[in-house]
Structure formats: structure tokens, C-alpha cells
Design a protein around this ligand. Structure first.
Ligand SMILES: Cc1ncc(COP(=O)(O)O)c(C=O)c1O
Length: 486
């Protein structure tokens, strides 16, 4: 058989239902391991030991699916972070909802590109429908629109591009006026400063104001906006955060909305983490004023527990998103200037784009919208219970009271070490805990100090899992103090 005939034969074979089985069985086996006895497994591998594999080239001739799946079971599963482990309390990446995981092969098989409607007839309709649903939840009116994104970084970039188009309409053609600025707070995600730089405004013109109690500082924000405007500078946008990365705190959106409204400044709310609180009757209050925003980034791959990537950007006025991308591509976009264009490509940074909307659609159809509110509340309640346990332990200093599922704390021990020594000790405690395989947490820099940080992204995590991690940290911290080590 020549190479091409062999390949075509393999493709035919791989289209048989039986060909799907080894792959699906592997994913199902992973879920099964997660349900049973996962406590025995390390939460995460040692990444250093894996580097040697990075140098291997792919094979010139193919292998059987059975061999590949066996290798994945041997090498990939044990060397991946076990997000379904109840003691995996690390970054804001979910233990993904299984129904949405099962959507992945369908997304891949259909391979619909959201660039234009004719390439993704039903997927475009579903994306439009779910964006409408999200915009309604956010309190936006019927001019609203948006686009699914690879995540919050792309959503914020796109929002600031739209804000730039609104503030400096000639920037796309003519380049940038000097002195344009974006104002945010020190706890904003780095994607805000990155987008400011990428948009040609200069990273140092992303002004990150000191915050008050881990929120945007009202007087400072007002004073800074007035100062910039008095200097004749264009404030392209204010970015408020709903659920900040390090501490999970929510800015006062009503206040930010009022300050921006009075000054005709674009308000972007980075709700990547916290916008899902809209689904919870108990937590929705944290987003009061959200409807005043001009744009919102919202990552269902965070607190709605969808697999990566499922992000979204919502804008109060869809036309302002279209204005961000002042391009014509007659070979692709066929809409008339007077119609609403269904092609989502006119609203997206990307051209070819996966139908990630299907994951959200399947998850909502399977579990129902109410379930997502309960999930949100459950993750937050587990976090609060762990926080209470931190507070009961004198060796730890608790960070700000959690407003969602993120909590920060710092080992202070008996109080004999200075702040710099405690920084070193806390950072090393995290490394030892994660290396032990017993649990997995992250760290952050809060108020200029190294702290330990947990994010509860797994509905199967119980308060006792957090307690077990705190026990291990406490034992380690005490032992280090006794040994005089940092
Ligand atoms: C508040 C906030 N904004 C934006 C992002 C970036 O989102 P993504 O990783 O989906 O690009 C994150 C990620 O952690 C975040 O916490």
C-alpha cells in the first residue's frame, strides 16, 4: 500500500464508532479514578522530571490508537495536574463539568468556524442566543452583543480595543494620540496592562491606583480621572475588577459606573472570575451596578466550571464592538452595511474560531441554569469554611474575608520571624506542600508580602480537604521554625 492509500484507510478506520472507544474510555477512566481513591494519587507531578520528554520528535510513521492511548494512560494521566483531586486548590482552572467535556469531541468533529455564519450556521445562532442570555443577566438592553473568546485576556484586550475606538476613533487608521491612558487598580489582572501596551498606548499609561481594602479606592479614582482630564489626556477606559485574581474581592461597580458616567469614560468590568455570581441569588449583590459597564469580560471556564477555553466578552452596545474592528473583507464578510451582520468575525479578534459555545450550551441544557447558582454558592461556602479554620489557627494570619472562592493567608508561626523571613518561609512551604503530592495550592503577593492562596474550583472539595492542607502546612511551618530554617 502506498502512503496515501494507507493514510486514507486509517482515516476511514478512525471514523468507525469503535475507534472512539479507547479515547472515550480513557477520559471516562480518568473520571472514574477521580471518583474513586484519588486521595492516593499525587495532586500534581514534579514538572522538572518531565523536561527530558520535551526534546523528543514526533514519529515519522503512525501507530495504533491502542498504543497511543496506552501511552497517554502511562505518561499523560499521572503527569498532569489532577484538577478533580479534592485537594487541588490551585489556580482558577476548573474541575470541568463532565457534560461539557463530552461536548469536546463533537466540537472537534463538526469543526464549525465562528468566523462567519455560513461556516457555522447553528453554532453562530447558539453563540448569539447565549450571549443574549448572558447580556440579559448582566442587565444590558437590547442593543447588547458580544463574542466568545479564548478567555479573559482576549476579552479584555477586545474590550479595550472597543474603548479605544470610542475614545480615539481615528486610532485604527492614523495611529495613537500620545497621552491616552487606562485607569485601573493595583489588583487588576496583568492582562489589563498587557492590553494597554499591545494597543500601542504604552504600558506605563496603564495607571494602577493603590486600592483600599482590596477594592478600587473611590476618592483616588475620582481624583485621578479629574487630574488626567485636567491635563487634557484621554482616559480610554476605567477597568474595575469583579473577583480579583489574588484575593477574589469585588470592586464597587456602582461607584465606578457613576464616576465613569459623569465623565463619559468607558467602563470595562473584568468579571472573568466573578461575573458568574449573576447566577446566584445569594452572591449577585456583589455585582450591583454591573449594568452600568460598557463592557464585561466573563469566563465560563472559571466559576461555571467549563473546560478551557470558554470565555466571553459582552458589550452594552454591539455596534461599538464592531467599530473596534474597522475592516472589510469581502471574501469573508457578506453582510450589508445596513443589516445586523450575523458573522461573529466582525466582532472578534480571531478569524477561525472554535464553537466553544457548544460546551456552555450542553452544560446549561444538561444541568439547568439554577444548578450554576448552586455550584457557585457551594464553592464559596467551602472556601468560607476553610477560611474559618485558618482564623482558628494562631500560626496563620488570615487575609481578607473571601467574597468568592479564593482565600489568602500567611504562616506567621510563633511571631519570632521578621516579614522577609516569613516571605521566604511561606514560599518554601508552598513548594514543599505541592512537592509532597498531598495537596496543591498557589501563592500570591498581597500588600507587598508573600501569602499562600487557595482557590476552590472543584465541587467535590470538602472543608476537611482544606483542613488537611492547613494541618500539613502547620506541621511543616512548626518543624522549620524548630530547625531554625526558613
Ligand atoms: C480577574 C481575571 N481577569 C482575567 C484573567 C485572565 O483570564 P484567561 O486566563 O481566561 O485569559 C484572569 C485569570 O486568572 C483573572 O483572574
Amino acid at each position: 500500500m502506498d502512503k496515501l492509500t494507507e493514510l486514507l484507510h486509517m482515516i476511514e478506520q478512525d471514523m468507525l464508532p469503535s475507534a472512539a472507544e479507547p479515547y472515550l474510555r480513557l477520559a471516562a477512566r480518568y473520571f472514574d479514578l477521580s471518583r474513586n481513591g484519588q486521595q492516593a494519587k499525587p495532586v500534581a507531578p514534579d514538572p522538572e522530571s518531565l523536561m527530558q520528554i520535551a526534546t523528543k520528535s514526533p514519529p515519522e510513521t503512525g501507530r495504533t490508537a491502542k498504543e497511543i492511548v496506552a501511552q497517554m494512560e502511562r505518561d499523560l494521566l499521572p503527569n498532569s495536574n489532577w484538577l478533580y483531586h479534592p485537594r487541588c486548590l490551585g489556580h482558577q482552572v476548573s474541575a470541568p463539568l463532565p457534560a461539557a467535556v463530552w461536548a469536546e469531541p463533537i466540537i472537534g468533529a463538526l469543526n464549525q468556524s465562528l468566523a462567519v455564519w455560513e461556516m457555522s450556521p447553528m453554532a453562530t445562532v447558539l453563540e448569539t442566543r447565549l450571549l443574549r442570555w448572558m447580556a440579559d443577566l448582566a442587565g444590558f438592553g437590547h442593543d447588547a452583543g458580544g463574542v466568545f473568546t479564548s478567555g479573559g485576556t482576549e476579552a479584555t484586550f477586545t474590550a479595550l480595543l472597543a474603548a479605544r475606538a470610542a475614545a480615539l476613533p481615528d486610532a485604527w487608521e492614523e495611529g495613537l494620540a500620545v497621552g491616552a491612558a487606562v485607569v485601573t487598580s493595583e489588583h487588576a489582572h496583568y492582562s489589563v496592562a498587557r492590553a494597554t501596551a499591545e494597543l500601542g498606548m504604552g504600558a506605563r499609561n496603564c495607571i494602577a491606583l493603590p486600592s483600599a481594602a482590596f477594592r478600587e479606592h473611590p476618592e483616588r479614582l475620582a481624583a485621578e480621572l479629574d487630574r488626567l482630564q485636567a491635563e487634557g489626556r484621554t482616559v480610554v477606559a476605567v477597568v474595575a475588577t469583579a473577583g480579583s485574581t489574588a484575593t477574589g474581592r469585588f470592586d464597587d461597580l456602582e461607584l465606578a459606573g457613576r464616576l465613569c458616567g459623569e465623565r463619559s469614560i468607558w467602563l470595562h468590568v473584568d468579571g472573568c472570575h466573578g461575573a458568574s455570581a449573576l447566577l446566584s441569588a445569594q452572591h449577585r449583590k456583589r455585582l450591583k451596578g454591573l449594568e452600568k459597564a460598557d463592557s464585561i469580560s466573563w469566563d465560563p471556564h472559571k466559576m461555571m466550571l467549563l473546560p478551557l477555553s470558554t470565555g466571553a466578552l459582552l458589550v452594552r452596545d454591539e455596534r461599538r464592538l464592531e467599530a473596534a474592528f474597522s475592516q472589510r473583507a469581502p471574501y469573508l464578510f457578506h453582510g450589508q452595511a445596513t443589516d445586523r451582520v450575523w458573522d461573529q468575525g466582525v466582532r472578534s479578534f480571531q478569524c477561525s474560531r472554535r464553537a466553544d459555545v457548544l460546551k456552555l450550551w450542553i452544560a446549561l441544557e444538561r444541568y439547568g441554569t439554577a444548578a450554576f447558582g448552586s455550584l457557585y454558592e457551594h464553592l464559596c461556602a467551602t472556601t468560607s469554611a476553610i477560611y474559618d479554620s485558618v482564623r482558628r489557627r494562631p500560626v496563620f494570619e488570615a487575609g481578607p474575608e473571601p467574597e468568592c472562592n479564593i482565600l489568602c493567608f500567611r504562616y506567621i508561626g510563633k511571631g519570632n520571624l521578621d516579614e522577609a523571613e516569613l516571605d521566604t518561609l511561606n514560599a518554601s512551604m508552598r513548594r514543599r506542600l505541592n512537592g509532597s503530592g498531598l495537596g496543591w495550592i498557589t501563592g500570591a503577593r498581597v500588600n507587598g508580602r508573600d501569602v499562600l492562596r487557595m482557590t476552590v474550583m472543584n465541587p467535590r472539595t470538602r472543608p476537611s480537604d482544606g483542613e488537611a492542607i492547613l494541618d500539613a502546612l502547620e506541621r511543616d511551618g512548626r518543624a522549620r521554625e524548630r530547625a531554625g530554617a526558613r
